[in-house]
Ligand binder design. Structure first.
Ligand code: HMG
Ligand code: MG
Length: 306
């Protein structure tokens, strides 16, 4: 295998959070718990399980405490349970349940920052700074995700210099890992590479992850383009679930099944059992009454049926 690609890639399944935050129907806590446990049974070692945001803004995540409580009986030491927190209020609420990682989320677009978290980019950094300090004091890892690094639903194309600015500010306040997100899936490989490269001056490539929505069907190509730059961690969503309530029309993240199939086909390990992953995606798709948005899952299911 070419040295161009890493030997192992870490998959972060974000479907319990990014996948379910955008569903119109309320998903019972027990169904979320079953999804998380199915993903872990398939070998997923890192997940975004929920977010500690305002339930008025995102009612679908309003059961965050109940879910963390439900998971506490079966928490595993070899699995990283991450939660999103937008401010100290969210951090304090999350701390009761000792997540392994908190994710602060900013934006490379000023307008998206206002729409999503009700403050400017600079104000968001001020809100995040005490969260980073408190997380470190409590031995909790901190990742910073930057939305709209390629395009914004309100501002259109985003210049890589804006990605560089937010990365710099997040690193200055002590963020240990940066996620580069294409929130509305408008990116194409070279544009995504430019967004990723904008972060390189401020943080090591080993500490950068990719978060690509698949609205325009580019997310798998963008994943490959990111791999070529040495990125080895990706946020993905089983069955391609997902979207952001403040980015209307944006569809789900790249499907975990599709990324795993591609990586295994390239000789790159993930530690994930694809057949079990397909079962996890089918279960949640059936519950939601949705078509499974993973091409690989549909192909495997059709093959089994024939
Ligand atoms: P705000 O209204 O500006 O906050 O919202 P505030 O500090 O003025 O407080 C207003 C009220 O909210 C108060 O309650 C606070 O206590 C409460 P009241 O006195 O009115 O009863 N509050 C909270 N409640 C629970 N948890 C909290 C919290 N903070 C304040 N943490 C805020 C600011 C950030 C809270 C709000 O804008 C919000 O919750 N936004 C949620 C945004 C969100 O979750 N978006 C989706 C996730 S991001 C995403 O999907 C993108 C990503 O996938 C990457 C990509 O694809 O780009 C990560
Ligand atoms: Mg997202």
């Amino acid at each position: 295998m070419s040295n161009l690609y890493p030997d192992h890639v870490r998959i972060v399944d974000v479907s319990p959070r990014d996948g379910l935050q955008n569903e119109s129907a309320t998903v019972p806590t027990a169904v979320k718990q079953a999804l998380i446990n199915d993903l872990i049974a398939a070998g997923v070692k890192k997940l975004e399980v929920t977010s500690f945001v305002s339930p008025k803004w995102v009612p679908q995540m309003g059961d965050n405490s109940d879910l963390m409580m439900a998971l506490s009986d079966t928490r595993r030491d070899d699995v990283t349970y991450s939660v999103l927190v937008p401010n100290m209020r969210g951090f304090d609420n999350a701390l009761h349940y000792r997540p392994d990682e908190v994710v602060i989320f900013g934006s490379a677009s000023e307008t998206f920052s206002q729409k999503n978290i009700n403050c400017s980019i600079d104000e968001s950094i001020e809100r995040f700074a005490p969260v980073v300090v408190a997380a470190k004091q409590n031995g909790i890892k901190v990742r910073g995700v930057i939305s709209c690094t390629v395009g914004c639903p309100y501002e259109g194309e985003i210049d890589p210099s804006q990605v560089a600015y937010v990365t710099k500010r997040m690193v200055e306040i002590g963020v240990e890992q940066i996620g580069i997100a294409d929130t509305i899936g408008v990116g194409t490989p070279i544009k995504v590479q430019r967004a990723l490269q904008a972060a390189f001056d401020y943080i090591d490539v080993a500490k950068i992850s990719g978060h690509f929505h698949d609205t325009y069907g580019q997310a798998l190509s963008n994943t490959l383009a990111a791999l070529e730059l040495g990125i080895s961690e990706f946020d993905t969503s089983v069955a391609g679930l997902g979207g952001c309530p403040y980015a209307k029309g944006a569809t789900g993240n790249v499907a975990t099944e599709d990324v795993v199939y591609m990586l295994h086909g390239m000789g790159i390990t993930t530690g994930i059992d694809l057949d079990k992953l397909v079962v996890a995606g089918e279960r949640i798709s059936e519950f939601l009454g949705r078509r499974n948005d993973s091409n690989v899952a549909r192909a495997i299911i059709n093959k089994r049926a024939s």
